[in-house]
Design a binder for this molecule. Structure first.
Ligand code: SF4
Ligand code: SF4
Length: 321
């Protein structure tokens, strides 16, 4: 039996909703298969008030073993680094959280807010939010860069806004089975198996991308990179191969640019969302692994070589043969 405590910091609850949409297996089946006992979840459990306090105290006294702690949502540290913006039973929530992290065998930060600060740290971060072990791409956060849980892993970050249900369930599986090791995590503590590809891989607009045949308005079929802000070529995630919502869709399949929601720098350093920042004609947000000079040269040649059918269809909302 594995005891799971799922907490929410500054959160919209989207990662829980995403987790509940898990299909292979379903969220409940995953609990059954992994032999998980849910100690408490803020809106899936019935306990409130003193009953929750008892659950918390049992963990901290060692009476209840904490096998896995999941946080969704950012850690509220304000005002003035007191943590008093979010109190639980007379204590800053972040202090409870830090104590649980010291008792947990494994800690997972689910969603970009818990991992890196995310949406609530946007702009000036006036509420002093952070992720559990990072603030954006800098190590630190609530727990500090040296933190490791009892199983000797740092906080395992499973970002996304929200995180994909597979990423959550499969990471839970790997940590509980002892299959996940330090080598399996990237520099931002994300499991490489999900975050070493790009959202661009598998996008059905790839052929348009290759020939720089671009959509100029939403609903058109062309690539969204040149004008409409798509960051799929620099966003580490396997969204377009794994797919979402019953494995039918993705942002770019739905005509929406990838806004790089799994990035430690999301949201501010990924803005603007819906137009492409450029210097002259060259997008500032170039693909991760492509040298700038090469990109400039090859994109001009690609445009010249673009087949007529792609030119027409890039700016059309339906296929023109
Ligand atoms: S729309 Fe985005 S993800 Fe799709 S091919 Fe263009 S740049 Fe790549
Ligand atoms: S395609 Fe990009 S914005 Fe959309 S869910 Fe994946 S990483 Fe996030």
């Amino acid at each position: 039996m594995h005891n799971l405590l799922w907490l929410q910091g500054a959160s919209c609850g989207g990662d829980t909703i995403s987790f509940l949409n898990s299909e292979q297996p379903s969220a409940l089946s995953s609990f059954e298969v992994l032999d998980i006992n849910l100690l408490w979840h803020p809106f899936l459990s019935r306990e409130q008030g003193n009953d929750v306090l008892q659950i918390f105290e049992n963990i901290l006294s060692g009476k209840t073993k904490l096998d896995i702690l999941i946080l969704e949502g950012a850690v509220p540290n304000g005002p003035d680094n007191t943590g008093k913006f979010f109190m639980f039973h007379g204590r800053p929530f972040r202090d409870w959280l830090a104590d649980f992290c010291n008792h947990a065998e494994v800690v997972m930060a689910v969603g970009t807010c818990a991992a890196f600060g995310g949406v609530v740290t946007g702009h000036e971060n006036i509420n002093e939010m952070s992720g559990l072990q990072f603030l954006h791409n800098q190590k630190g956060g609530l727990l500090g860069s040296d933190y490791v849980s009892r199983n000797k892993l740092p906080v395992v970050n499973v970002p996304g806004c929200p995180s994909h249900p597979d990423w959550i369930v499969q990471t839970m599986t790997a940590v509980l089975k002892g299959w996940l090791h330090m080598d399996d995590l990237d520099e931002f503590h994300r499991p490489k198996v999900f975050f070493s590809k790009l959202a661009h891989h598998g996008c059905p607009r790839n052929e348009y991308y290759e020939f720089k045949a671009s959509a100029v308005r939403y609903s058109q079929q062309g690539c969204l990179f040149e004008f409409l802000g798509c960051k799929g070529t620099l966003c580490e995630s396997d969204c377009n191969e794994r797919l979402w919502l019953g494995r039918t869709g993705s942002c770019t399949r739905g005509g929406f640019p990838c806004i790089a929601c799994t990035s430690p720098l999301f949201p501010d350093k990924q803005r603007p969302y819906f137009s492409t920042r450029k210097i002259g004609d060259v997008p500032v947000t170039l693909p991760l692994d492509v040298p700038k000079a090469w990109f400039v040269g090859i994109s001009g040649m690609s445009k010249l070589a673009c087949p007529e059918r792609l030119k027409k269809n890039a700016v059309s909302s339906k296929w023109i043969s």
